[in-house]
Design a protein around this ligand. Structure first.
Ligand code: KG4
Ligand code: ZN
Length: 343
């Protein structure tokens, strides 16, 4: 029975995962209201809110799961990558509780959590698979052979997909967090109204979104120059056309990576994985290529405690517990991870 704690950025996530039984309880506290006036995450405010929310959430999650602290076998926490102050809040509480309970504290790589989130769904994907990791800070294609056996086959050379969504959302004067707001606006727009570039679409497996972001900015400025304020329809068309360019690029890269690696399963992970248009396009691509596509439900795509509990359970099951120290790494390349000790 593993408690999972996620505090890498602007969401406090706590969950209990039990081997063989799944997620027993899962709570999330979003800091959207705190950061919205600033248009983005303010790290110090994020840390303070994690401090205020985390301990009561642990109590409440244990209550919902109907278990006592003493029944836990380990406490998994996000050790990075993320905001250092925010990471330290989760790491400190996990480390202190684990020390008191004499159970292991398990440092988890946030992206490994995302990568394994679809294992919480049924049917869970079998190894090996190709993972498309698309979050606010990462956009990577990863060939996954097993826990901790990750080969990054392609990644963004500049902005992450989620970052591009957030920046263009801001240009469209949408409220923070921009990605979901832009996706909602795009629902009523015409994806072919503006022809945005698909950078590097036909070259290799790496991606680039900064040129697309600039093209979107220029188009938005041109529309503004022509009219005092763009009409709602024009804004929806801009959003839909931008989203289509990202979806199209990510789908083409997945198709190429599947062909090049010979893998026949695709797993989608990370916040942008909640995007409806992306999910639909990847499903179509999978159907055309005989590839099974797995997605976690949207709540498990974005940050959550369950994926951290699950990743911690996998690591604890397969290897000895890490030495008792708190790990917090703002930067942490996914492919530095090793398989758990027993493999
Ligand atoms: O994985 P995540 O929750 O946090 C990070 O680890 O970064 O991803 C957050 C990112 C943000 O950039 C957010 O705007 C984006 O995922 N996002 C979306 C959607 N939901 C979240 N982007 C597009 N469409 C969505 N529905
Ligand atoms: Zn994340």
């Amino acid at each position: 029975m593993i408690l999972g704690i996620e505090t890498s950025c602007d969401e406090t996530g706590v969950a209990v995962y039990a081997q063989g039984r799944g997620i027993l309880a899962d709570e999330l506290a979003s800091q959207t209201g705190i950061h919205a006036p600033y248009g983005g995450v303010v790290p110090e405010l994020a840390s303070r809110d994690h401090i205020a929310k985390l301990a009561p959430m642990v109590e409440s999650v244990l209550g919902s799961a109907g278990i006592a602290l003493a029944e836990l076998d380990g406490i998994a926490y996000t050790a990075g990558p993320g905001l250092i102050g925010a990471l330290m809040v989760g790491g400190s509480l996990a480390g202190a509780l684990a020390l008191g309970l004499r159970i292991p504290a398990i440092p988890v790589h946030h992206m490994e959590g995302h990568l394994l989130a679809s294992m919480l769904e049924s049917p869970a994907p079998d190894f090996p698979f190709l993972a498309l990791l698309v979050s606010g800070g990462h956009t990577q294609l990863v060939a996954v052979a097993g826990i901790g056996r990750y080969r990054i086959v392609g990644e963004t050379l500049d902005d992450a997909a989620g970052e591009a969504f957030d920046k263009v959302a801001r240009l469209l004067e949408l409220p923070y967090p921009g990605g979901p707001a832009l996706a909602a606006l795009a629902e009523s727009g015409n994806p072919e109204a503006f022809r945005f570039p698909r950078p590097l679409k036909h070259q290799g497996l790496d991606m680039s979104f900064s040129g697309l972001k600039t093209a979107a900015r220029l188009a938005i400025e041109a529309v503004r120059g022509a009219a005092a304020a763009p009409s709602d329809m024009m804004r929806a068309d801009l959003a839909a056309s931008f989203q289509a360019a990202i979806v199209d690029t990510l789908t083409a890269k997945c198709a190429r990576a599947l062909a090049e690696t010979g893998l026949d399963r695709l797993v989608v992970a990370g916040g942008v994985g909640a995007n409806r248009a992306l999910r639909a396009a990847l499903s179509r691509c999978g159907a055309e290529n005989g590839v099974r596509v797995h997605y976690p439900r949207p709540a498990l795509c974005t940050d959550n405690g369950a994926m951290i509990a699950y990743a911690g359970a996998c690591r604890l099951e397969q290897g000895p517990a890490a030495p008792a120290r708190i790990v917090a790494r703002p930067r942490w390349p996914l492919d530095e991870l090793m398989p758990p000790a027993r493999h």
